[in-house]
Design a protein. Sequence first.
Length: 610
Amino acid sequence: MKRKLDQNDEPAPGENAVGDEKISHHAGGQIELSFSDFDLDPRLLQALAKQKFRKPTLVQQKAIPLALDMKDVLAKAKTGSGKTAAYVLPILQSILQRKRTSTDKLVAALILVPTRELADQVLKVVGEFAAYCFNEIRAVNLADKQSDTVQRALLSGAPDIVVSTPTKALANVQSGALSPDKLSYLVLDEADLVMSYGYEDDLQKIAQVIPTSTQKMLTSATLSSEVDSLKGLFCRNPMMLDLEEPDEEGEGVAQYYTKCGEDEKFILAYIIMKLKLIKGKCIIFVSDVDRCYRLKLFFEQFGIRSCVLNSQLPVNSRIHVVEEFNRNVYDIIIASDEHEVIGDEDSPQAEKNGDEDGADRKKETGKSRPKKKRKTSRRDKEYGVSRGIDFRNVAYVFNFDLPTSSRSYTHRIGRTARAGRNGMALSFVVPKDLYRKHPPTTTETAEDDEKVLSKIIKHQEKKGKEMKPYTFDMAQVNNFRYRANDALRAVTKVAIREARTRELRQELIKSEKLKRHFEENPTELRHLRHDGELRAARTQPHLKHVPDYLLPKDGRKALTSEEIGYVSLRKHDAKDRKGRVFRKGGKGRGTKGARRSDPLKSFKMKSKGK
Ligand SMILES: Nc1ncnc2c1ncn2[C@@H]1O[C@H](COP(=O)(O)OP(=O)(O)OP(=O)(O)O)[C@@H](O)[C@H]1O
């Protein structure tokens, strides 16, 4: 029997979620292909070897042959499974092939993405794969904020590949700077988001000028109800891939949630970060820009350094933060997941298009998010880091504020456990009774956390994943309450406003410098750190150290999860070569010495400040 999917439904593994013609695939029993089976240009194989891509991932094994066979492809595969290479490699292959016999200059591929940071990332991936093609491939990014003149200059001479957001692409098509007449490839990366990001009108106009012969590739980790609109707009009979693959070496993302009050979120975050209960790099998602600064200033009180990412920051700074994080310069990023709000504000079609941030939330909770007043501050509509961004070696994702939909949850936790690694996700959930007691000082409402949680649990179960409760021992946690509240009191609204202004000013200066001067001196970029103290809040130096009396009796030796909470977690190994990413160990897996333990238990506590 065919199950009816609502827009928020993420289909169960192998379920025919993306349409009737689709083929569902599972990894089990498939013959494994290697990159050399694809008959790729040797220069591409060389680039793959340089990047240490030993074998194609499942989505690459399935999509690349179809794409090389000139088929339209609609691919749904999990986060971090290598969808970018699945469309970039066939594009490069076809361009190189054409260039063997033709000297025509034309834009061969248009890659549409929802955000500027993703456009930047995709351009870099293209550059990496084209590294040995010398001057044969030219790719440009139109998503950056550039004048029309600069964009026209970029497009003059017909680059082979154009990466853009739909709005920028359409503007250039309409001005005549970008000619889609001879386009061989059109890609929609994060296709469901592109469809529901206020871009539908742009996409419709683009669809009208794309030749019917253009081959289309549409990808996302979450595609369901958008499929019909996408098919209607772009490709009527695509090959549909719905790929579910087992996590390679263990559990993928180990998922936990903790029910707590709004004020307790801060205490727990302080304890987890300061006592390093979970080791490694992390991304903390909050619901809006103010929350970014509230948490950053709160952490600052304890000497915990963090970077923020939000739509107010200049795009250069945002991209730089991600790059530096990936080079292990920073450990903590506090990111606002704002497209949910922007979806509401800027996209009247959000509901129509199945935007979980609008329509699905309504479905889940029975009510729409209250309309927010438009902030006077400048926000970048094309900001977004929960989708597609390839954060490297993220040990855990921390949903300080629960997302408002299961789809958003899937993408957020997909920032860890990428490319076959393991990771962990911890989400704070404010139960209704606690919400009423201490409503959050955020523009978002947490009142529906529990409803969203049950939806998330349901969707994860369909995929064979489990989201487990984790209960902290609040008696132990309460020892830290006074200090946490003291720090929180210093983070006033005025302090947050000042911090926002100060950071924006600093980042604008850095951004300009980044753009002009540091292009020529890339090594100097390192000096422009983004995790400096904002010092907008009252400073209390004593808070930077954790006094011994707050710790359990043998606290200086180690704090175990039994002491801070009871162990209701599934056994989970947390170790990799650098001690950064949780990996499932075990006999014969080369994880000598890896101890089977839960995420908190395995970490020693540090009683001194950073
Ligand atoms: N065949 C491969 N072998 C090893 N690593 C790979 C392979 N393919 C991709 N990767 C790496 O996996 C990571 C994730 O790839 P990518 O960003 O393309 O995932 P994605 O499926 O697009 O994720 P998302 O759904 O979050 O956008 C990248 O760091 C990439 O370099």
